[in-house]
Ligand binder design. Structure first.
Ligand SMILES: Cc1cc2nc3c(=O)[nH]c(=O)nc-3n(C[C@H](O)[C@H](O)[C@H](O)COP(=O)(O)OP(=O)(O)OC[C@H]3O[C@@H](n4cnc5c(N)ncnc54)[C@H](O)[C@@H]3O)c2cc1C
Length: 210
């Protein structure tokens, strides 16, 4: 059994982040027929103006952003509630964790904050027992899609989430507040800080990174 950390990887190429503001500006200026005002530096201020006015539909014209999350299954259950996004999620039906490529073990991303050493040891005992049962059932010919009934909700699950800027903004609004799950807050605050560093005007006014 392996215990791992929350992580993410932004899959969208840098060049797409660079194009975002110009794509939004082109669509937005079409509404006002002010294309003649486009310059090499005009996009940022124009997009800031759209956001300030609540004209956020224009944000859908930027290239979609894809991110690979390395999170517990409990978080992927929450992510997939965001209906406008596209998902590709690690399958416990098809992934056989007894195989070498998975290290012949379960990988978990648990939330250990605030647990006493006694509680941590009790959990480790439970997870080791779960892993033994899972691996034994696979060895006895049970398929992963049935052996998965044993798996804990902190099982590591990789999920690719792709959606447009407007929807990411809504996801950050919901998933960085103090009401979001602590692990969700951790990973989404880091991602929001990352997005802000790439294209600040699109993400500065939503969510929190503190
Ligand atoms: C702190 C927190 C606690 C939660 N607890 C629970 C819980 O206990 N149980 C539970 O089941 N879920 C829970 N959720 C999930 C929540 O109910 C939503 O399913 C999830 O946050 C997705 O958000 P959403 O539905 O606003 O919009 P998304 O699906 O992300 O869609 C984005 C936006 O599109 C618009 N939209 C989408 N669909 C419609 C529609 N049909 N009609 C009108 N407008 C639409 C809305 O403006 C929406 O905000 C929780 C979420 C949070 C953030």
């Amino acid at each position: 059994m392996k215990v791992d950390e929350l992580d993410y990887t932004v899959l969208t190429p840098d060049v797409d982040f660079e194009r975002m503001l110009t794509c939004i500006e082109r669509a937005g200026r079409n509404c006002y027929k002010s294309e003649d005002k486009i310059t090499d530096e005009s996009a940022k201020a124009f997009v800031a103006m759209l956001i300030k006015r609540g004209h956020e539909a224009m944000l859908e014209h930027a290239p979609n952003i894809g991110t690979l999350f390395h999170v517990p299954r409990g978080l992927t259950h929450e992510f997939v509630r965001h209906r406008l996004a596209s998902f590709g999620q690690e399958s416990t039906r098809y992934c056989n964790y007894s195989k070498g490529k998975f290290g012949t073990e379960l990988t978990l991303i648990p939330m250990m904050d605030g647990l006493t050493s006694v509680q941590i040891e009790r959990r480790k005992d439970l997870w080791e027992a779960i892993e033994r049962v899972y691996l034994a059932e696979i060895d006895e010919g049970i398929k992963p899609q049935q052996a998965r009934d044993n798996l804990p909700i902190c099982l590591k699950s990789d999920i690719v989430i792709t959606t447009n800027v407007r929807h990411w903004r809504e996801i950050f609004r919901q998933r960085t507040t103090k009401f979001a799950h602590p692990q969700m807050q951790t990973v989404m605050k880091k991602l929001l800080a990352d997005f802000r560093s790439r294209v600040s005007v699109l993400f500065d006014d939503v969510g929190t990174v503190d």
